[in-house]
Design a binder for this molecule. Structure first.
Ligand code: HEC
Ligand code: HEC
Ligand code: HEC
Ligand code: HEC
Length: 399
């Protein structure tokens, strides 16, 4: 965010000497999976549109707020997001156009983008949406070998925006056959190489700095048919010494100040209306002391990872979500992020007492196990589990 006003000022300087500029971003412009970061991303995209970006690659992070959000924002701002190897599990159709062609000073520039296929957790695509994320990333090499030849026919110059990691991107460029070779590759994030203009085979390779602290400017000398005669890379630092666009700086400051105030009032607090203030939740570890067998079933069930699900979705502070992913939300003595027992918050996840009720009522009436049968549909509602059937669901957690 700090870099926006500086980025704008440098764009203005570049525009003075260079009338023909194409603004590209490899992707991963979006923030983390939190409500505050989503608000910031909405603001950021308004500004990025004004900066004149035309074609952007889709990075894993750009899906943090879900596919619908990304598509809405793209439509609203007229950005062209491209990605040649992303689809949903049950549908082989690509989610974005594989490539775009933009004319710059009469030269047709074809821009294609791919995601990496690394097994690294950081690359796994998870969104804030309550849906299960079944994004599938196809082989980048297969995608390029399929689409680059047709793109080549429509363009004078082909640019690849790669969101594979540094090593995979280099290997990819080496593996591509001559039909699928690209002229320039902009690689999403390589914290070491971003100052250098590299060459892999005949492809010029430039790397973005992952923290957005630098702006790369690639000056190209082209022949009439788009062949690169010469290429020079300049790196602009967006640090404190860089010039700033005052109007944008003001807008950024105003936004950050307003958002900070919102952040302070956002702490999640339950309003208990259910249960009994005289009863207590004991937490699953207490039950485990005597019920080893039942605990083993719980530990390996989906209920024991319900909290982690919200963590990965950045929704631990959303009352719309915690209700069913913790124990005793809005019950007296139930889950409250502000209250910790023994220095720990013990009521994460859907524990024994989410179904059985207060541990302090334990076996007083002998009806406990029976009561738990009715608990399921409090959370397994029409909306969140449309196929709920007690017998099948119970068989998965029977104890
Ligand atoms: C000090 C040991 C001990 C602890 C701690 C304990 N239980 Fe029990 N629990 C028992 C015994 C003993 C029985 C009765 C024998 C049986 O049914 O296995 C029982 C019975 C039950 C029953 C069936 C009885 C009924 O009313 O339907 C449930 C359900 C149950 N426990 C759940 C829990 C849960 C949940 C916790 C944690 C909050 C817990 N227990 C903690 C020892 C314990
Ligand atoms: C407090 C809310 C809550 C209650 C009560 C509850 N569940 Fe769940 N259940 C969840 C949540 C949340 C998940 C998903 C956890 C995850 O994967 O993050 C889940 C997942 C499951 C799963 C795994 C589903 C799958 O597709 O893999 C089964 C099986 C299940 N519940 C059965 C039951 C049964 C049977 C009952 C009643 C005896 C019950 N649940 C009561 C919240 C609840
Ligand atoms: C009314 C209760 C309820 C609420 C509220 C709720 N969930 Fe869930 N959630 C469930 C249940 C039940 C399941 C298991 C459904 C199934 O397996 O079919 C589940 C499953 C999930 C899963 C799938 C877990 C997996 O790995 O299979 C995700 C992700 C999830 N919820 C996220 C959220 C988010 C994010 C929110 C807030 C927007 C939310 N949930 C709000 C009850 C709820
Ligand atoms: C998702 C809801 C749910 C969770 C979580 C859950 N239980 Fe249960 N439990 C039930 C239901 C429903 C029954 C009754 C099944 C029946 O009678 O058919 C039951 C039965 C029991 C029984 C009685 C078994 C018997 O043979 O009569 C015990 C004991 C018990 N649970 C202990 C626990 C303990 C301890 C935990 C946590 C480690 C736990 N349960 C977690 C729903 C749950």
């Amino acid at each position: 965010m700090g870099g926006l006003a500086r980025r704008a000022a440098i764009f203005q300087l570049i525009a003075k000497d260079h009338p023909h500029v194409l603004h590209l971003d490899a992707g991963n412009m979006f923030g983390r999976r939190t409500e505050a970061a989503r608000a910031q991303t909405v603001f950021l995209l308004d500004e990025v549109e004004k900066l004149g970006y035309e074609v952007l690659g889709v990075g894993q992070w750009d899906l943090n707020y879900g596919l619908d959000f990304l598509r809405e924002q793209a439509a609203k701002h007229g950005f062209h997001y491209v990605c040649a190897n992303l689809h949903l599990g049950d549908d082989s159709e690509l989610l974005f156009d594989p490539y775009a062609v933009v004319k710059v000073n009469g030269i047709r520039v074809g821009i294609i983008s791919v995601l990496g296929q690394s097994n690294d957790q950081r690359y796994k695509i998870v969104t804030m949406s309550p849906k299960v994320d079944d994004f599938v990333v196809d082989s980048p090499r297969d995608a390029l070998e399929k689409y680059v030849p047709e793109l080549r026919k429509k363009s004078d110059l082909v640019v690849l925006l790669s969101n594979a990691n540094a090593r995979d991107t280099r290997q990819l460029l080496l593996d591509l056959g001559p039909e699928a070779a690209v002229d320039i590759c902009v690689e999403g994030a390589d914290s070491k190489q971003y100052r250098r203009l590299n060459k892999v085979g005949d492809t010029y390779l430039v790397s973005a700095n992952p923290q957005g602290k630098y702006l790369g400017q690639l000056d190209l000398m082209l022949s009439h048919d788009g062949k690169i005669q010469d290429a020079v890379l300049k790196i602009h630092e967006l640090g404190k010494q860089a010039p700033e666009d005052e109007t944008i700086k003001k807008r950024v400051d105003t936004f950050l100040e307003a958002n900070k105030q919102k952040g302070h009032t956002a702490r999640l607090k339950p309003t208990p209306t259910m249960g009994d203030p005289n009863e207590h939740f004991l937490g699953v570890q207490r039950c485990a002391n005597c019920h080893k067998k039942e605990y083993e079933v719980f530990r390996t069930s989906a209920h024991a990872k319900a909290w982690q699900t919200l963590v990965s979705k950045g929704q631990t502070n959303n009352p719309e979500c915690v209700a069913c992913h913790v124990t005793g939300w809005n019950w007296y003595g139930g889950y409250d992020p502000g209250v910790a027992t023994d220095g720990r918050n013990i009521l994460f996840n859907v524990q024994c007492e989410a179904c059985h009720g207060y541990g302090s009522e334990h076996t007083r009436d002998g009806q406990w196990a029976k009561k738990a049968k009715d608990s399921c549909v409090q959370c397994h509602t029409e909306k969140f589990d449309p196929d709920f059937d007690y017998e099948t669901r119970w068989s998965a957690i029977a104890h």
